[in-house]
Each structure stands twice: as C-alpha cells, then as structure tokens.
Design a protein around this ligand. Structure first.
Ligand code: BTN
Length: 327
C-alpha cells in the first residue's frame, strides 16, 4: 500500500527534487525535464501547500522553494554508519514507529525514515507534527537478548545519543535532558524518543525506537504545539541543514549505544545522563496515572528510574510518569 502511494506521487516527487536546490526554475524547463506540459507542472505545484512545501512563483523567473530542501537519500546516510544497515525511506507514512511495529518478525535490525508522517506519535498519546522534508522522523527496529523488564532505560540511552550527535554538530550550549526522553534546548523541546516494546516475560524482546528531531519546523496554520519548542535552524541560524548527515549520525550513535547497553547494561550511561539532566536539584512535579507529586530531582538510579526527593524527605524512584519543571 505504501509503495503504491509512492508510485502515485512519482512526478510530484521528481518536481520537488528538482526544486529542492532553492533556485528558480521556469515552468517550461521543468516541463521539458519531466516530459510534462507547463500546465501539468502548474497543477502539481498546486499540491505543494497541502504537503506544507513553501513555493514562490515569480513572473519571468519561474518557481522556487525558498531556501531549498534537504531530501532524504539512503546513499547519503549509509556513509555515516560504521556497519551496513537496512534503511527504508518513504515520502509519507502514518508513523515510522507503526510501520516498523508491523515488521517485528524481521530478524535483522532495520531502520525506516519518512519525509512526512500523517499520524506521527509522541509520548502519552500526543500527536507529533511531522511536515514534509523539514525534520527527522526515524525509527529503528532492534532485538534484545534481555527481558522486557530490563529495557526501561532504552529511551534514556536514545536521548543521550541524540545529544551526543548535537554536540558533534557544534551545538554545545543550552542542551539538556528531561527524564525520560525529552531533549531540550534552553528548556524548549528540540527532540524526543518514543520506544515501543514487544516481548514476553523472561524472553528476548524487541524494540522500535522512534526519534523525532526538529530541524526546520515551519509555522503550520491550524497546528498548535502545546509545548514550547525550538529547532536546529533557529539554534544555528542556518535555514538549510543536511538532514542526511544528521540522520546518519543519529543512527550510528544510537546503534553504538544499543550495542553497549546490550553488553554492559545501563551503568556506562549513568554519568552522562547526570551531566545532562535538566531536572537535577530542581523543583519538579511528577504526574503518574494515580497521583501528582512534588519533589526535587535527584537524578536516576541504575535502572534509569527517576529519583525524586519528596516533601517527606524520602527519595523515591519512579519508573514512569510525566515530569514538569517548576520554573
Ligand atoms: C515525544 O517526545 O513525545 C516522542 C516523539 C517521538 C516522535 C518520533 S517521529 C518518528 C517516530 N514515529 C512516530 O510516530 N513517533 C516517533
């Protein structure tokens, strides 16, 4: 079904690709290149707003996508990986996590990226806004020898991986983590991880590790993000960032972290988490399905559970819940 959708949008995709350089292209040149009439080109261009693709049309010059787009290409992602990985890229999927949850029987690790998601999922049932070719939406399927009960820290090691990649891209100031999966820049959400697990008790297990990273999020009319957020373009001042490089670095780093976690458990990551923990020593609230409690962030334990010093003085671990920092 997904492949059929890809075929249907083939001329659309080719046109987006030609215009992705950000330069003006006349309707007739585009038509010649694609073997279409100028009016067919015009008709395809009319679909751009529905995909949230900005387009400028200037008489005598033609069409252009201001600032261009960095389109995903697996041949440009693979060189960043230390070992070959099965990578699939789709123009549009409901959710890359859902797609890989349908591939759990696949024995090898594999990865899926989408240019856009129509039903992108955030934690706690939230919607993850996923406009075309702007951000990174990727999921990775990984099989663990460990039992499900040992995997509660996978979201933490994923978030650590995201931060390490951002450091390697030169973003050092202002980055931090909010348990269990939020990557923040000056308290604004920049990225998040959504881990979906599958397995039986006392058996090996599988995880789909989803990562959403805001690279250049446009303002989308009618779409309101409830949380304060930012993106890499705002942080770096660069309108066009290389999404293939970012995706490749993320995959490589997360894969390394998964291998280390599989061999040595969570302990090699604890110090890094503590050094990035935005909530350490701060007044926070935790919302669990049954209660809201106030406390002071006291880091994490060796399972990756958050430790809160409650008003009674007791330091209590929590394995799940939503943390908000009292600023
Ligand atoms: C969060 O912070 O709430 C988690 C966000 C995770 C979003 C990513 S985008 C790729 C993958 N597919 C999804 O549907 N969600 C995750």
């Amino acid at each position: 079904m997904v492949r059929r959708e890809e075929n249907k949008i083939e001329p659309f995709k080719k046109l987006v690709s030609l215009l992705s350089d950000g330069a003006f292209h006349s309707g007739s040149t585009l038509g010649e290149t694609l073997g279409l009439t100028r009016s067919a080109i015009w008709k395809i261009i009319q679909q751009f707003p529905a995909w949230d693709i900005p387009i400028e049309s200037v008489t005598g010059k033609g069409y252009r996508i201001p600032n261009g787009l960095s389109l995903l290409d697996k041949n440009k992602i693979q060189p960043y990986l230390s070992a070959p990985l099965l990578i699939e890229i789709y123009d549009s999927l409901p959710s890359t996590n859902d797609y890989l949850m349908g591939q759990l029987s696949s024995l090898e690790p594999r990865c899926c990226l989408a240019e856009r998601q129509t039903q992108g999922k955030g934690r706690r049932g939230r919607h993850w806004i996923s406009p075309f070719a702007r951000n990174i939406y990727l999921s990775l399927l990984w099989h663990f020898p460990q039992d499900l009960s040992e995997l509660s820290s996978v979201s933490l090691i994923t978030s650590i991986g995201i931060v390490r990649v951002l450091h390697s891209l030169g973003i050092s100031e202002g980055l931090g983590l909010k348990w269990p999966n939020d990557v923040l820049w000056n308290y604004k959400k920049l990225a998040g991880a959504l881990i979906e697990l599958s397995g039986e008790a006392h058996q090996s297990s599988s995880a789909v590790i989803g990562v959403g990273l805001n690279v250049n999020m446009p303002a989308i009319p009618g779409q309101k993000i409830t949380q304060s957020w930012t993106d890499l373009s705002k942080i770096t001042g660069q309108p066009l960032l290389n999404r293939n490089q970012i995706a490749g670095l993320l995959l490589n780093e997360i894969l390394q972290n998964l291998k280390l976690f599989q061999d040595k458990g969570f302990s090699p990551f604890i110090d890094t988490w503590q050094s990035l923990d935005f909530t350490f020593g701060k007044s926070v609230s935790i919302i669990t399905p049954t209660q809201i409690l106030k406390g002071i962030g006291r880091g994490i334990n060796d399972k990756g559970y958050i430790l809160l010093e409650l008003e009674t003085g007791e330091i209590k671990p929590f394995s799940s819940g939503e943390i908000s920092v009292c600023l």
